[in-house]
Write a protein that binds this ligand. Sequence first.
Ligand code: ADP
Length: 384
Amino acid sequence: MEIAKKRIGIVGGGQLGKMMILEAKRLGLYITVLDPAADCPSSSICDKLIVANLNDLSGYTELSKHADVITYEWENISVPALEKLEKGGHIIYPSVSSLRTIQNKYVQNAALKKAGIPVPKFALVTNTEEIREYGKPENFGYPLMLKTTSGGYDGKGVAPVKTEDDVDDAFHQLGSGIKELMVEEFVDFQKEISVIACRGIKGEKAVYPVAENTHTNTILDTTVVPADISEEASNKAKEIADKVMSVFEGVGTFCTEMFLAKDGEIYVNEVAPRPHNSGHYTIEGCFANQFENHIRAILGLPFGDTGLICPAVMVNLLGESDGKAKLLGLEEAYNDPNVQVHIYGKSESKVGRKMGHYTVVGESAKDTIKRALELKKIVRIIGE
Ligand code: ADP
């Protein structure tokens, strides 16, 4: 079949899906999206939208009727439904087996550890006594991190346990063990970094530069590229991201989030089997962005260049208040020709909701960071 006649199905119609579609449309592909919300960000640009609960098989079955290749923009989706489609001969990238492994943080960490990739020490726990046991100095010690093994995102499903006094609260906060929980050794990191990488159907790979991420209240706030780290650390992070893709035998774009510890060691925090918020800088910063290379990967096409054209800084636009979304400061931002603003099209602003982002590019990393930070006071999204 001609590439240009291919039909792609995307599970999830959020901003990541929308940005995938923008790239797919350049090749004239036909896109069907499955999402529970009729007004999801992708709804304005996809060819067909199937509105259905992401836990119901029916929506996935309908999606498969309109797609030659199925992909997803979100990992908390139904593995049993996708497995059924895969068994029925439908092509799904990244594979359902890699999604199943990645969906559970414990299983994911175990797979990475088995492959010799450094991860913080981790263990399953079912009650507060076990958490206290891991808090002992001869074990992980405090602080430690308590996490739900599945369903978490943007720090939901993560509770830091600073001292023994926090154990009960953290356990309660994460649902008192109703969901499976794990403890993780706390990594005393100097920086949080991530690497976007792509793997093709024949196993070929393309790796993007290392991004440096700042989180506020466990939600990504700013991504700066290139990361201000040594060449040695940068090479090590890229090697790890490359190896991660071989572990999961993934086809598509993957993001490996890592900690650069104060002692110089690098540990993988988590892997996302999809384009990632920390890779949005690639739209302006690289010749071929993470969404384009994802589409190329799942169609079996060669990759576009992942090299950085110039320093880039991405700042997330989170809702500052609840209500009808209102964007402030666009004109002022565009007075600088090196700024691009992306608005996802969510009509309702909620405090902390990802509503859009902007990217600033420039010749010098220092000036680009300065400009991006200045704009934070100007480009904002509020609810009215
Ligand atoms: P989510 O999947 O919800 O984004 P993460 O596992 O990435 O959750 O954790 C959210 C944040 O918590 C991380 O960005 C990091 O700042 C912090 N964190 C998570 N695990 C650890 C750890 N083992 N050591 C230190 N900080 C951690």
